[in-house]
Write a protein that binds this ligand. Structure first.
Ligand code: AMP
Length: 283
């Protein structure tokens, strides 16, 4: 696996690969890699792409400086995992390479059709502007044919899909399914920060989402969410930020099951001081 820290070197290498007729598949990440990330690389390889992964903990998408400081950073084991799984290139820039100190930092402004307003947008002001800023920069650098992202970050995926439509970039986006731990907890870099007891009890998150999904059309949405939140908050260190049943296309919150053809239930909660998100498509 090639590792590049400089944009210039990466671009030279990828230009050469493109000239050899390779298609570039790209999976941007923030590191502390797990099997969920690996599944994105596997999807790129299965498609026949030259697989590029980036690891960059992007400061501009963290609204909480403490969350940024505590975000797990495990570069050496990340490299091992990528090599074991056939990743071709790792792009590993530092902050100055992505945001040169002499360059004015501007966040792109796009009409996201309100996709950025509910849920994560409401709870983490500025998060999606920072996320799009870094995704746009990374796409300009890597210029992939195929982009692989996880459904785990459902709202992020919807926003990037919309961004690609708005900018008419010739990039095909693949939304890859969420990989879970055996008891159901969605794999996440932040799981590393849970105690083993919290990690066991965090299985309740997927149970709560599954409970909502199971009662599709059988129970009132608002009551169902309230009950599920109450069950989760029986755990003294769980605090739910939102649990919403939404139209999976517009991300608008639903009152009635029949108001959308595609539905997703999304949750964000804190387990201790660690913030987790998850979602399931319904039915
Ligand atoms: P992150 O490093 O958390 O920014 O995630 C990088 C990419 O991996 C994003 O596209 C995520 O949606 C995706 N991802 C994170 N967790 C999972 C998972 N459990 N299953 C599948 N994809 C995931």
């Amino acid at each position: 696996m090639y590792i590049f820290k400089k944009i210039f070197d990466l671009q030279n290498h990828l230009a050469y690969q493109r000239n050899q007729g390779k298609t570039i598949g790209f999976a941007p990440t923030m590191g502390a890699l797990h099997q969920g990330h690996v599944s994105l690389i596997a999807a790129a390889k299965a498609k026949g792409d030259y697989a590029v992964c980036s690891i960059f903990v992007n400061p501009t998408q963290f609204n909480d400086p403490n969350d940024f400081a505590k975000y797990p950073r495990t570069t050496a084991t990340d490299c091992d995992l990528l090599i074991q799984n056939g990743c071709d290139v790792l792009f590993l820039p530092d902050v100055d390479e992505m945001y040169p100190p002499n360059e004015t930092v501007t966040k792109p402004q796009y009409d996201l059709g309100g996709l950025d307003l509910p849920m994560e947008g409401a709870q983490r002001p500025g998060h999606f502007a920072g996320m799009l800023q870094v995704v746009e920069k990374l796409l300009n650098i890597v210029m992939p044919d195929h982009l692989y992202m996880g459904q785990k970050d459902f709202q992020q995926l919807a926003i990037v899909r919309r961004y690609l439509q708005l900018t008419q970039r010739p990039i095909e986006l693949f939304g890859c399914p969420t990989l879970r731990e055996p008891h159901g907890l969605a794999m996440s870099s932040r799981n590393e920060r849970l105690t083993s007891d919290q990690r066991q009890r965090a299985a309740k998150i997927y149970q709560a989402l599954s409970h909502v999904r199971k009662h599709y059309r059988q129970a009132n949405i608002e009551q169902l969410c309230q009950i599920s939140i109450a069950v989760l908050e029986e755990e003294p260190d769980f605090k739910v930020e939102y649990l919403e049943v939404c139209n999976a296309i517009t991300l608008q919150s639903l009152q009635n099951w029949d108001d959308a053809a595609e539905i997703v239930a999304c949750i964000a909660l804190k387990v201790g001081d660690i913030r987790l998100i998850d979602n399931v498509l319904i039915p």
